[in-house]
Design a protein around this ligand. Sequence first.
Ligand SMILES: Cc1ncc(C[n+]2csc(CCOP(=O)(O)OP(=O)(O)O)c2C)c(N)n1
Ligand SMILES: [Mg+2]
Length: 161
Amino acid sequence: MSCVYRKTDSVVVCFFGDAAANIGAFHESLNMAAVMKLPVVWVCENNQYGLSTCICRTLAGGSIGLRAAAYGHDRLHRGRHNVVEVLDAARSAIDRAREGRGPSLIEAVHLPLVRPRGFGQPLLSDEGRRSTQWAAKCPIKHYTAMLLEQGILSEDAAQGP
Ligand SMILES: Cc1ncc(C[n+]2csc(CCOP(=O)(O)OP(=O)(O)O)c2C)c(N)n1
Ligand SMILES: [Mg+2]
């Protein structure tokens, strides 16, 4: 029984990978949550790969967020590397859930992560290129730069212990 019925502030936050959006339970759960206006926030950590398979080969329609929209969800598709935008999205989704306005899906899109050795598979041929792309858009690096720029973090503190 959800907090909608119990009249509490509780919200369910459910994390899953991009590959889970292709199984039946994903569709059944999103449908039921929307029909019942359940206080649920789905967070899809979309790293573009299920094990070693690129979603470009498995995801029809090209977007997990669009699937959520089709089930009447608020769809919050946030920046690739912006921690603050993701925090804002989470706040807005939780508020919406608490107000009884139903579920949301946050699709956190990460650039393809390097798999050192893809679950028994050989190294991917474009590993070097993807590694460089990921390093350039690392969310921690960007957040650190933002905190330094705003004078919230000192250079010393940024270096860590
Ligand atoms: C019901 C079920 N089907 C298939 C698998 C096999 N399996 C393990 S991990 C995985 C892919 C997971 O991809 P994703 O959710 O995107 O997570 P990531 O690999 O990016 O960490 C699959 C298909 C499983 N564990 N359970
Ligand atoms: Mg994945």
